[in-house]
Design a protein around this ligand. Structure first.
Ligand SMILES: Nc1nc2c(ncn2[C@@H]2O[C@H](COP(=O)(O)OP(=O)(O)OP(=O)(O)O)[C@@H](O)[C@H]2O)c(=O)[nH]1
Ligand SMILES: Nc1ccn([C@H]2C[C@H](O)[C@@H](COP(=O)(O)OP(=O)(O)O)O2)c(=O)n1
Ligand SMILES: [Mg+2]
Length: 182
């Protein structure tokens, strides 16, 4: 699943897991867990994320891979949230893990995303939910992540979902896209 910061990826993933029982892996959450552990690597990651930049590709991919392996015997399928963030991340994923079946592209206007993140920032405790970092995350999203969508569009696996709508209406469209796969 791809989409800009604050587009509603986490919100939709939670609902997908509830309905379909897939294993949800959020690359952002995995990185935040490493930061919370207080490890040396976590400290380096924290500095990068605070600046709104992308952490090195191998770091994220290794974390996703380890998390996938840990769940391999019980998983009904994987839902990966917030990855790939740049075309190179997608290419490496395919080399080391495999090709995705579907890319859900959660799309909202920049203005909407900023508004949601500023609101979330009042309670999230996320150090990157502040005006300055949000702006950088958005810029990077348009520069690095939007090309990822074009890359997968050529394979016909992209489903673009308008997330300006209320959560349940967005979810109804998500369900349709997933059920078409079956
Ligand atoms: N109105 C409306 N609000 C939403 C919707 N989806 C999410 N939100 C709100 O927008 C904020 C961001 O949603 P998240 O699901 O955390 O977004 P995300 O894409 O995971 O964001 P990052 O983790 O920053 O990439 C939350 O406070 C949600 O309550 C939606 O479909 N409609
Ligand atoms: N594949 C990834 C995922 C997240 N990151 C970093 C950079 C992101 O701003 C932070 C937080 O990721 P998360 O997906 O939770 O949030 P944003 O979409 O950036 O709002 O982690 C990364 O470098 N590479
Ligand atoms: Mg999220």
């Amino acid at each position: 699943m791809a989409g800009g910061p604050g587009s509603g990826k986490g919100t939709q993933c939670e609902k997908i897991v509830e309905k379909y029982g897939y294993t949800h892996l959020s690359s952002g959450d995995l990185l935040r867990a490493e930061v919370a552990s207080g490890s040396e690597r976590g400290k380096q990651l924290q500095a990068i994320m605070q600046k709104g930049e992308l952490v090195p590709l191998d770091t994220v991919l290794d974390m996703i891979k380890d998390a996938m392996i840990a769940k391999a015997d019980v998983s009904k399928g994987y839902l990966i949230d917030g990855y790939p963030r740049e075309v190179k991340q997608g290419e490496e994923f395919e080399k080391k893990i495999g090709a995705p079946a579907l890319l859900l592209y959660i799309d909202a206007k920049a203005e909407t995303m900023v508004q949601r993140l500023m609101k979330r920032g009042q309670t999230s405790g996320r150090s990157d939910d502040n005006e300055e970092t949000i702006k950088k995350r958005l810029d990077l999203y348009y520069k690095a992540t939007e090309p990822v969508i074009a890359y997968y569009e050529t394979r016909g696996i992209v489903r673009k979902i308008n997330s300006e709508l209320p959560v349940d209406e967005v979810f109804a469209i998500v369900v349709k896209a997933i059920d078409e796969l079956k």
